[in-house]
Ligand binder design. Structure first.
Ligand SMILES: N[C@@H](CCC(=O)N[C@@H](CS)C(=O)NCC(=O)O)C(=O)O
Length: 398
């Protein structure tokens, strides 16, 4: 192959961020725009890594899916990613926060109930979006008064990951193209702050135990949340966040989990493998978000239909992809990337154990047809530190 190829539909959508990344990184790419009517054929070809677009094909012919992982990979290749690991995780968290907004806009777009759509749209534009923009504004202000990019003027290249992501928000919302860092207190170790449930915090708790890093497991009672939010500490007005031993604050569960794993050596060292791990991890998060959406659906008939589709179609199709991936890696006898556990293993395990099984430790029945994945689940469960944590962690309903 002569260069990179991006395969997406003939719209901006989830592909535009990567197109911007290619442009900003000055990397030539073939902008393949697949007509919608050819999608079923393309999907059946087995090429789209998780059965979705976009994906890229590298000059060596390797495939990578998940728009976030792909964008970051290209930015990193082009030198548009911070060198410092905490700055990188901060860029991840800003990018992830922007993606939360994007998902909210997509949800509004597809809402079928007109009344609900109107109410949700009003809430989004009058509350959610302004609040979020206020958070981004505060981060910019805390960095050299906001005259440069999100991570300052250290080098233009350190900032583009988040910039490119934010432009996607602009694109989605408008239809066109922290404080955190320097808090003062002396701390002896890491502090993980979340609600008293597993939820979005459990993956990082698993990352802490798997990397053998001690952490203070702060569980904010729900009734104290408004006070905690008003303190200005939660970087995006949400939990979870962590406070590092130096007092730096980082939000967004995905960015936090990866940061802790990376610090503890649970991240592939090859950049493509790292991006592949990102994509496997993001795919597990997609499943989690879908399940959460079903959980909160109020219309009983619609909920039933969504459940049926999820458990009969979406979930088995994704599990099959993971099974295939494991098979392609030493026949699935170890972890996703061989003998060493990494954050993608933890993300998939957390989806299955925490979200699908509600914290129970039996092998999910959904894995009956996927023996390699069932073996992988048991393998992660039996990592001594993870096993010990699961035995002693507080029993909670969520
Ligand atoms: N994408 C974010 C989402 C964070 C999020 O939605 N947190 C919820 C708890 S699971 C929260 O803080 N809710 C309280 C609120 O938004 O007021 C992440 O993964 O950290």
């Amino acid at each position: 192959m002569s260069g990179y190829k991006l395969v997406y539909f003939p719209i901006r959508g989830r592909g535009e961020r990567t197109r911007l990344a290619f442009a900003a990184a000055k990397i030539d790419f073939e902008d393949t725009r697949l007509p919608f009517e050819e999608w079923a054929k393309e999907k059946a070809s087995g090429r789209p890594p998780f059965g979705h677009l976009p994906y890229i094909v590298t000059p060596e012919g390797k495939l990578l899916g998940q728009s976030g992982s792909v964008t970051k990979y290209i930015c990193k290749k082009g030198g548009l990613c911070p060198a410092d690991s905490f700055d990188e995780a901060t860029a991840d968290s800003i990018g992830d926060e922007a993606m939360d907004l994007v998902e909210a806009v997509i949800k509004l777009h597809f809402e079928k109930d007109e009344k609900k759509k109107e109410e949700s749209t009003k809430k989004f534009f009058e509350t959610t979006l302004p609040d979020e923009l206020k958070n981004f504004e505060a981060i910019l202000k805390s960095r050299d008064g906001g005259k440069a990019f999100f991570l300052g003027d250290k080098a233009r290249r350190t900032v583009q990951t988040s910039l490119v992501t934010l432009s996607l928000v602009g694109d989605c919302v408008f239809g066109r193209s922290q404080e955190s860092s320097e808090t003062s207190t002396e701390m002896s170790g890491y502090k993980h702050v979340y609600f008293p449930i597993r939820g979005r915090g459990e993956r990082t708790r698993l990352a802490f135990v798997a990397t053998k890093v001690e952490f203070e497991d702060v569980r904010v009672p729900f009734e104290d949340w408004q006070k905690e939010k008003a303190s200005g500490r939660p970087p995006f007005d949400e939990l979870p966040y962590i406070v590092t031993p130096e007092g730096k604050i980082l939000g967004q569960s995905g960015a936090i989990c990866k940061y802790i794993c990376k610090k503890g050596g649970l991240c592939p060292s090859d950049p493509f493998d790292e991006a592949l791990a990102d994509s496997l991890s993001d795919c597990a998060l997609d499943l989690r978000e879908r399940l959460i959406k079903i959980y909160y659906e109020e219309d009983a008939a619609r909920k039933e239909k969504m459940q049926k589709e999820f458990f009969e179609t979406t979930l088995p199709a994704r599990l099959k992809k993971y099974e295939g991936f494991l098979e392609s890696r030493d026949g699935g006898k170890a972890y996703l990337f061989g003998e060493k556990l990494n954050y993608a293993d933890i993300s998939i395990f957390d989806f299955l154990n925490n979200i699908l099984l509600g914290g129970k430790t039996d092998v999910p029945k959904e894995l009956d047809k996927f023996p390699l994945l069932a073996g992988h689940y048991t393998r992660v469960l039996n990592v001594p530190e993870i096993k010990a944590w699961i035995e002693k962690r507080p029993q909670t309903t969520g």
